[in-house]
Design a protein around this ligand. Structure first.
Ligand code: FEO
Length: 400
């Protein structure tokens, strides 16, 4: 039933699309679905690289059969244990009882912990090679990209890097499996949303992994999500270098919470001031309308950030609290931050946003603007001044 999809003569794509799951990790919206990628190398020995989320196992097994027929699998390489990739491990072992499961010293206890499997496991170390015949697999540890056991597997003959979560993307594969079969520019937003929300905290481990691979010739990047990259490898590497160092482009994200519109008016005032100063990339989000993952993705993109919230229960509006709490968890760095707040009888929002800035050592620009009741002339002018100063900071940033 399945026409095998070749990465090369003997390397196949056997991943699956999921357009039913609404929330990845039961947290992140999937408006375009998601792909769980797995790869099969059909050599003298047969190796499967990662599995798929358990809900898709039936389709997955059919795809494997379409490539190998009745041949058994010799190896199952587990690059990453998160259940969106290792979820079908137990079924694979049941279908192929002699398959050796390959992982590193951190993987193997997780296999026992999640699946109760402790036999026929093969422990490999950094730089070890697994010989399949014509194809040889070399292993590179990539801890915390995105779990501690994560590793990458490099196939030396075809120069394919099986990179686990790194270089992956949200979005199911709509027919196109390779980046050069689709609109790459359309892909970048979901790639950044995936990176920023899932891997974004681990910028330093990402840089270490990229440093380790800097002299490795890579013709294809076969991640566990998103398309196989073969047409835009330098661009994708550059995007990862940019994001992992928390660099921002010239532009501002304004994220605001507003119950009755007063705080929203402050945010609009800053936005207009920024536009008058020539800032062309201004992204405004009402945090009660847009899921935080989309806002965070743009916060990773742009250097400027303005957060605005009314005081609510002596703190932030809960949706703004959720956003700053995720940003704090990720550890967003290196942003110019403007702070706006409003209150009716006792102000607490600006205080909380200042604490957030302090924890993350963000550069707070101008004086935070705090208004009581509706926006009036003095604070209106302060909002405009904040926009001017933000624009100035971004000009300075551009020169750096
Ligand atoms: Fe796609 Fe960390 O799992």
């Amino acid at each position: 039933m399945y026409q095998p999809i070749h990465l090369s003569d003997h390397i196949y794509y056997v991943g699956v699309n999921d357009r039913r799951t609404q929330l990845f990790e039961n947290l992140w919206p999937l408006p375009l679905g998601i792909a769980y990628n797995s790869y099969l190398i059909n050599d003298h020995k047969v190796a499967l690289i990662d599995t798929v989320e358990i809900g898709q196992v039936e389709k997955f097994l059919q795809k494997i059969k379409a490539v190998v027929g009745d041949r058994p699998l010799d190896y199952l390489v587990i690059n990453h244990m998160e259940p969106d990739h290792a979820g079908s491990l137990r079924i694979i072992r049941q279908m192929y009882p002699k398959v050796q499961i390959v992982g590193n010293k951190k993987t193997l206890p997780m296999i026992e912990g999640f699946f109760g499997i402790s036999d026929n496991l093969m422990e490999i170390k950094e730089g070890d090679m697994l010989d399949l015949g014509r194809h040889k697999l070399r292993f590179y540890m990539a801890p915390m990209v995105h779990w501690p056991e994560t590793m990458m597997t490099y196939e030396e003959q075809e120069k394919v890097l099986f990179s686990a979560d790194a270089f992956g993307s949200f979005g199911a594969l709509d027919g196109a499996v390779f980046d050069d079969e689709m609109d790459f520019h359309g892909l970048r937003d979901e790639m950044r949303r995936y990176y920023s929300n899932i891997v974004g905290k681990y910028g330093s481990p990402v840089q270490k992994a990229m440093q380790k691979l800097k002299d490795v010739e890579i013709k294809m990047i076969a991640a566990t999500h998103g398309p196989v990259i073969r047409g835009h490898i330098p661009e994708v590497m550059e995007l990862y270098r940019h994001w992992s160092t928390f660099q921002g482009e010239k532009g501002v994200v304004i994220a605001y919470a507003s119950m009755y519109g007063h705080t929203g008016e402050m945010a609009e005032t800053v936005a207009r001031s920024l536009a008058e100063q020539g800032i062309k990339q201004i992204k405004m989000y009402d945090v009660s309308r847009t899921h935080a993952s989309f806002i965070i993705s743009d916060i990773f993109k742009y250097k400027g950030l303005v957060l605005a919230s009314p005081t609510y229960n002596n703190g932030l509006h809960p949706n703004m609290e959720a956003l700053v709490s995720i940003l704090q968890g990720i550890g967003i760095k290196n942003r110019e931050l403007g702070i706006l707040g409003s209150f009716t009888w006792a102000g607490a929002a600006v205080k909380r946003l200042n604490e957030f800035a302090e924890v993350l050592k963000l550069n707070v620009i101008a004086q935070p603007v705090e208004e009581k009741h509706a926006l009036k002339k003095q604070q209106y002018e302060a909002c405009r001044a904040l926009g001017v100063e933000m624009a100035e900071r971004l000009k300075e940033t551009e020169k750096d």
